[in-house]
Design a protein around this ligand. Structure first.
Ligand code: PLP
Ligand code: COI
Length: 355
């Protein structure tokens, strides 16, 4: 099916603001396409950013049949635009789609329409330091259907917006609360799919702790409440003795983060050892107290590499690296963002340019 592009007249287009926060400003255009079992994907359009007209009985509004992705476009040092490992996002989108009984989207055509959309809105790719264009592909079930079952009709869309750092303090350490009562996802459930319900399940605890000054919640496994899973919007890494990076293995209830995978690939190149392991929270807290864990950091597309300065569990506080960004997190941040912004060599072929 051909892509139809209906651009806004030049004089009605907006500009990228000078001050950027995360996720509240959107570009002039968006991509949409519809799916039905008979026609497959159709009505492929890039059109001005607009609200949807949804039937109040649309399945997504009742049973949460929804998936999304998050990736970024970066203004590179030559003034061009870099995407970071976009096909990984589109492959994960399809894995999430399969888990949520939704149709998949051909990854190459997903990338092609994204490039066309970015090209049209290229003046929105910011050039401020640490800023980028955040890209949010998503799919929702649109069939009006209250009987419980997978929908027939779907809407796939991509919206984009310029963003600054996800956390207000930028690369400053964040304060993390370890959930001891509430759980986010369970093995066998949908934790490894990027679907809205996982995030909805995390809100009650996150909002409660935000009022107490915590930036993020660290989730434990839902069966024993003992194994470390991930943080609200990031995977988590622990640095032992300044040289070994350990992150929870993919249990089935953790999102297989693309930044996590990039850290595991880049760290050995920077001289660090890496390990994926089941991590018991009690052991980890003991290792923080003993000083063998020298740094903790989160990693994710929105959050990039984010040092953790303080963990709190059952009323006890565990200070990490004197609440300062550590050497390992800083080195990984510099290397990763160096590749993303085209300042450092890209030995793994992770960058896809938008021409
Ligand atoms: N874990 C969760 C729950 C997330 O929402 C994210 C962000 O996408 C991540 C981990 C990190 O994944 P990625 O590095 O692919 O952005
Ligand atoms: C991302 O990092 O892209 C995410 O999807 C996390 C989101 C909660 C902002």
């Amino acid at each position: 099916m051909p892509l139809t592009i209906s651009p806004l007249p030049q004089e009605q287009r907006g500009n990228c603001p000078a001050e950027l926060s995360f996720g509240s400003v959107f570009t002039d255009h968006m991509f949409t396409q519809e799916y039905s079992p008979i026609v497959d994907w159709h009505n492929k359009k890039i059109s001005p950013y607009h609200p949807f007209n949804l039937d109040p009985a649309a399945a997504v509004l009742h049973y949460g049949q929804e998936i999304f992705e998050g990736l970024k476009a970066y203004r590179n040092i030559d003034g061009g635009i870099n995407l970071f490992r976009p096909l990984e996002n589109f492959l994960r989108f399809n894995r999430s789609a399969e888990r949520m009984v939704m149709p998949t989207v051909d990854p190459t055509s997903h990338l092609d329409v994204l490039k066309s959309l970015i090209d049209l809105d290229k003046n929105w790719v910011p050039d401020q330091k640490d800023a980028s264009l955040y890209i949010r592909p998503a799919m929702i079930a649109t069939s009006p259907k209250l009987g419980l079952g997978a929908a027939e009709d779907y809407l796939h869309f991509i919206i984009m917006g310029p963003v600054g750092p996800y956390f207000k303090g930028g690369f400053e350490p964040v304060s993390v609360y370890i959930a001891d009562e509430y759980r986010r996802a369970v093995v066998g459930g949908v934790g490894e799919a990027k679907t809205g319900g996982n995030y909805a399940a995390s809100l009650y605890q996150s909002e409660l702790m935000a009022k107490k000054g915590f930036t993020q919640v660290l989730w434990l496994d839902a069966i024993e409440g003992r194994l470390i899973e991930e943080v609200g919007a990031m995977n988590i890494c622990f640095v032992y003795e300044g040289k070994q990076i350990v992150t929870p293995s993919l249990s089935g209830s953790i999102l297989p983060g693309i930044t996590r995978d990039s850290v595991l690939t880049l760290a050995p190149k920077l001289g660090y050892e890496v390990e994926e392991a089941q991590l018991d929270i009690h052991e980890v807290l003991k290792d923080i107290r003993a000083g063998s864990i020298t740094e903790v950091f989160g990693c994710g597309t929105a959050a990039v590499i984010s040092p953790v300065g303080n963990l709190s569990f059952k009323g006890e506080n565990y200070l990490i690296n004197d609440n300062q960004p550590g050497v390992v997190a800083s080195a990984l941040y510099d290397e990763l963002t160096g590749i993303q912004y085209g300042k450092r060599e890209d030995p793994f072929g992770w960058i896809e340019t938008v021409e």
